[in-house]
Design a protein around this ligand. Structure first.
Ligand code: AMP
Length: 257
């Protein structure tokens, strides 16, 4: 595996996995999927300041570069890229505005977040020129907004990887204390066991350590409430435990009548 700090050292037409580092098995699954498309698997590690609307969250974001190099190698990454701020954001770079879906849910709670996400992903794509790029369904809304700006890059969605207790893997999970970690199980349990939006919210409300931001059923296409013409419904949840923001979602199986 090559570790590089300049995009000019990357192979073109690669399979690309952008990350913010503090790698875990969720990222690992994206690298494995990337391998199915081409031998050249490029991963980037860049904590993008533009997508953090909260300075403290940016400062507290876990950074483990040495361990990331080891894990990326184990997961089959061929080129690991640590871009610099100057490379991503040269003077006069174009700031993009994410589509209308960006004002809902994660975007409503984190103003400007998705503008930062689509801006960095556009810059990363322009520098890497990948054939395909892999993104996790863990960040379901992000995935939808990236599809809108991808144009020349094929976007592949990867399923959510979970801890043994059901918690969706996330770099932020290390900030949960033991009690918080146990409480966090309620999110995946609520998604698995509920059969309606009300039931989802009831199960979540049973955990006093969890502050729910939203727990909704949405149409996967529009991110609006499902209607008679909805093809796929998804249950999406976000909340805080010990000040740590947790995100999860799951496809809602249509009732067999
Ligand atoms: P991050 O480093 O958190 O920005 O994530 C980088 C990529 O990994 C994004 O496409 C995420 O959606 C994806 N990802 C993060 N956690 C998981 C997970 N538990 N399962 C699948 N994909 C994930």
């Amino acid at each position: 595996m090559k570790v590089v700090t300049n995009a000019q050292e990357l192979p073109s037409a690669c399979a690309f996995v952008p990350t913010m580092g503090a790698l875990h098995a969720g990222h690992g699954s994206l690298f494995s999927i990337a391998k199915n498309y081409t031998d050249d698997v490029v991963a980037s590690i860049y904590v993008n300041p533009l997508q953090f609307e909260n300075k403290e969250d940016l400062e507290k974001y876990p950074r483990t570069p040495d361990r990331d190099i080891e894990l990326a190698q184990e997961f089959g990454v061929t080129h690991l890229w640590f871009p610099t701020y100057e490379e991503i954001y040269p003077e006069g770079f174009a700031r993009l505005t994410a589509g209308p879906i960006s004002n809902l849910y994660e975007g409503a709670s984190r103003p400007g977040h998705f503008d930062g996400v689509v801006t960095v992903v556009r810059r990363l794509f322009d520098l890497v020129k990948p054939k395909v790029a892999i993104f996790g369904e863990k960040d379901f809304q992000q995935l939808a907004l990236i599809r809108e700006i991808a144009e020349e890059v094929e976007i592949i969605a990867a399923p959510i990887i979970r801890e043994a207790d059901g918690l969706a893997m996330s770099s932020r999970n290390v900030r949960l204390d033991k009690e918080g970690r146990i409480a966090s199980q309620v999110i995946s349990r609520a998604l698995r066991e509920s059969h309606s939006e009300n039931e989802l919210r009831e199960i979540l409300a049973s955990e006093p350590l969890l502050t729910v931001d939203y727990a909704d059923y949405i149409d996967e296409q529009t991110f609006l409430p499902p209607t008679a013409s909805t093809l796929f419904t998804r249950a999406i949840v976000a909340g805080w435990i010990n000040g740590v923001r947790l995100l999860d979602n799951m496809a809602v199986k249509s009732e067999v009548k």
